[in-house]
Every structure is written in C-alpha cells, then in structure tokens.
Design a protein around this ligand. Structure first.
Ligand SMILES: [Cu+2]
Length: 207
C-alpha cells in the first residue's frame, strides 16, 4: 500500500467514524423524541381518566367550573398576523374555574372544560389550559409537550377582551379533524339559539 493509499484509507476510516457517530446521534435524538412523545401520551391518557367525572356538568360546577353560557363558533379566520389563526369551527361552551388560574400547569387541573350542547344536554368534549398574562408569564407555558397559544385577547363575548392570556385546547373526548390541539373543531356545532355566538377571532397581544 503506498503512502497516498494509507492516508486516504485513514481518512476514509475517520469519515466512517464521523458518519457512525452522526447516525448514533440521530437515533439517540429520535429515541429521545419518541420517549417524550410516549410520556406526553401517557399524561394525556391520565388526564382523560381523571377528568372523565366532568362528563356530568353538575360535578364540574361543584368543583368550581362555572359556565360562561355562550356556545362559541368561529367563522372563517381573519387570516392576518394581527389575529390568531383559527380555522372555521366550533369551540363550544366554556366552564371556567378561576380558582385554578396559576402560572404553572397541571395536567389534571385544566382551567376550562368545554361542552357541546346536544338537545337538552351538555357533552364534555375538550379541556383547555388557560394562563392570564397578568400572572407575570412572559413565555408560552406548555402542557403535554405543547406550548400554549397566544398571548391573545379574551374571547368576546364570553370574556372581557382585556383578559389577555395564553391557552391550549385539547380535544380529549371528541375527535378533531384539525388535530387534538387545534383551538376550533369543524365537527362541533352550536345550536341555533339566543346563546350561540359567532366569536370574533382574538387579536394577538404582547406578553
Ligand atoms: Cu376556548
């Protein structure tokens, strides 16, 4: 073997070692990501089990979740950077528990429960983690590995627009074709009645 060939084979070995390290790094990163996903999935399953009791809205009221009455549906989004990107769909009836407002989030204690009216009954469809900016939060908190969206104005007409907040809707009990973490659900319908509202897409605000 000539000198040149030796050099190039040493070079080749080093190259191989780098490739092997890179592959190992990738698969480690991949394993890390999937472990995180598994952890988030089991947290979601636990939250769903713990919160199942709120399928009875009276149990929710007893625990401090109070109805904001209106059923909210969003028409086609404003589609600009000043507003949240809400695809057309429903958000339902929000039951808010102000005693749970805190800067840190607990998977078993969402601040909001979301119901879909079905005739004379309310069906639990989603939970929402909700953090007012007034609590001193400067960066999006996260739950189940997902950062909350916002900050945004309060949702008119069921909230004061001044209630600037971060939030994340998690559709634990109703399939959402837009995805489990989408704010709106095209399959959620509000009844034709005096307490159904076409919500205004909230404006994005500064943290
Ligand atoms: Cu909502």
């Amino acid at each position: 073997m000539g000198r040149k060939a030796r050099i190039s084979s040493a070079h080749g070995l080093r190259h191989l070692a780098i490739v092997a390290l890179a592959v190992a790094g990738f698969s480690l990163a991949g394993r890390g990501a999937s472990a995180q996903q598994t952890a988030a999935d089991s947290q979601i399953a636990q939250a769903k089990a713990v919160l199942a009791k709120y399928q009875d809205p009276i149990v929710a009221v007893h625990d401090g979740y109070f109805s904001t009455v209106g059923c909210i549906e969003y028409p086609a989004g404003a589609g600009d950077h000043a507003h949240m990107m809400y695809k057309p769909g429903g958000m339902g009836v929000h039951f808010l528990n102000t005693a749970l407002l805190a800067p840190t989030l607990d998977p078993s204690k969402p601040q909001v429960l979301i119901y879909e009216p079905h005739g004379d009954t309310l069906k639990l469809v989603a939970a929402e983690w909700f953090v007012p900016v007034a609590l001193g939060i400067k960066e999006a908190p996260a739950i189940f590995g997902h950062p909350l969206e916002g900050p945004m104005e309060g949702h008119a007409p069921i909230m004061a627009p001044e209630l600037h907040h971060w939030d994340l809707h998690v559709w634990l009990w109703k399939n959402n074709p837009y995805g489990m973490f989408s704010p709106t659900n095209p399959d959620l319908k509000c009844p034709k009645g005096p307490y159904s509202y076409a919500g205004e897409i909230p404006k994005v605000v500064a943290p």
